[in-house]
Design a protein around this ligand. Structure first.
Ligand code: NAG
Ligand code: NAG
Ligand code: NAG
Ligand code: NAG
Ligand code: NAG
Length: 357
């Protein structure tokens, strides 16, 4: 009897041990600016781009990223850019050498910090108002664009390919057809030999974590495969804000999204053997956001087997008074973070991320 209860005790200890906290793999910040001038209809006025590089005239993105890595323990940055910026407003998959060189200066600045760097084509699955593969650029043109980007970066393991930011369009847009366009991009990326990198798969409705399952995105994107049939490094791309309408346009936060989004999504991911990265989240510099963001991040970390991490929106060329600004302020000797970064999002503060935990 004594040995039986010892066994029972040993088993329960083993169970507790198995549930020991495992930190999130990634925490990061969006370094925006190359995407400025782009609208949700997929139009981009390239003259309004504000590259977050001092040598190209806007914010000191390199200094920001160095600060975020060294002082806060961040380990990934998402680098939004308009398709039109990269092709100099030609609807083509052929990159403009000068424009791609400029953007790659930001990618290189990011890589120089030791972080992972996500290339994010921020066009809402569109080009000049038309949906890719559904009246807009063909899947072949889309695949060529990604082939050319991936071919350049195929030897760099710390580059992440963020296929596209997606938005909802009442009736024209079909999620299964969209998954076919995503598949074309994945096949093109892998065909360059870029086999080790993470590719992020975006769904409908601004790839909302809340409607990822109900919108059919999860099921449709679950069909996307690497050329060898595997799903290795094909990660679901999900967004979620904490304001009342999930638009990320209000300072106040009203939810931690756990019940509506992170709990059901985590269950689905686990049941289907998939993982997700939350590439946009955030809130204003107010107490409600500090509280709810902290709860959301703790829940994500408690589900780090299926949720890889989070990337806040946004720093880079955003002014420090932008409603969701995570842009730190340089005071002459050092960088001063915003309230939500310093009290909730910074890995050094929350200790939820592998880079510091
Ligand atoms: C693009 O932006 C520039 C600078 O803001 C503006 O002068 C120009 O009219 C815009 N072009 C279009 C087509 O909207
Ligand atoms: C590439 O972009 C530059 C501006 O950066 C422009 O001057 C040049 O004409 C473009 N080249 C082509 C081939 O379109
Ligand atoms: C999109 O997602 C948000 C929550 O993230 C939800 O409130 C909204 O109803 C969704 N829109 C549609 C059309 O499904
Ligand atoms: C500038 O910011 C750094 C880093 O946050 C801080 O240590 C320093 O005290 C600040 N200096 C001034 C003059 O505010
Ligand atoms: C910098 O620090 C001050 C208080 O020390 C704070 O009010 C301000 O919001 C901080 N952040 C930025 C980005 O300026």
């Amino acid at each position: 009897m004594a040995s039986m209860s010892f066994l029972a005790l040993a088993l329960s200890v083993a169970t507790v041990t198995a549930q020991t906290f495992v930190p999130l793999r990634f925490a990061g910040v969006n370094i925006a600016g190359f995407d400025f001038g782009c609208g949700t209809d997929g139009t981009c006025n390239v003259t309004q781009a504000c590259p977050p590089l001092t040598q190209l005239g806007c914010a000191d993105g390199l200094g920001q990223m160095q600060h975020f890595v060294e002082n806060d323990g961040y380990n990934v940055f998402r680098l939004p850019v308009g398709w039109q910026y990269l092709t100099y407003s030609q609807m083509t998959g052929v990159l403009n050498e000068t424009q791609f060189y400029n953007y790659n200066m930001l990618v290189n600045a990011c890589l120089s910090t030791g972080a992972y760097c996500e290339i994010d084509i921020h066009n809402y699955a569109r080009y000049d108002g038309e949906i890719i593969g559904q009246g807009g650029p063909s899947n072949e043109v889309f695949a060529e664009l990604w082939y050319n980007i991936a071919d350049y970066w195929k030897y760099e393991n710390r580059v992440i390919f963020g296929v596209f930011l997606m938005k909802l369009d009442g009736y024209t847009q079909d999620i299964v057809t969209w998954a076919g366009s995503v598949q074309a991009a994945v096949t093109a990326i892998r065909s360059t030999g870029a086999n080790s990198q993470i590719i992020l798969l975006p769904g409908n409705n601004y790839t909302s974590a809340e409607t990822f399952i109900s919108s059919g995105s999860a099921a449709a994107l679950n069909m996307v495969r690497n050329p060898d049939g595997s799903i290795t490094n094909l990660v679901m791309d999900v967004h979620k804000y904490l304001d009342y309408d999930n638009s990320g346009t209000h300072a106040e936060c009203v939810t931690n999204n756990i019940e509506s989004s992170w709990y059901p999504l985590s269950m689905w991911l686990r049941e289907n053997g998939r993982q997700a990265l939350n590439t946009e989240t955030g809130g204003g510099d107010v107490d409600s956001c500090v509280g709810y963001l902290s709860q959301q991040l703790a829940y994500q970390a408690a589900n780090s087997d299926v949720i890889l991490g989070y990337i806040g929106w946004a720093a880079g060329s955003f002014a420090t008074n932008y409603i969701l600004s995570e842009t730190p302020c340089y005071n002459g000797t050092g960088w001063n973070d915003t309230l939500t970064v310093s009290t909730a999002l910074s890995p050094m503060t929350n200790m939820l991320v592998s880079s510091v935990a």
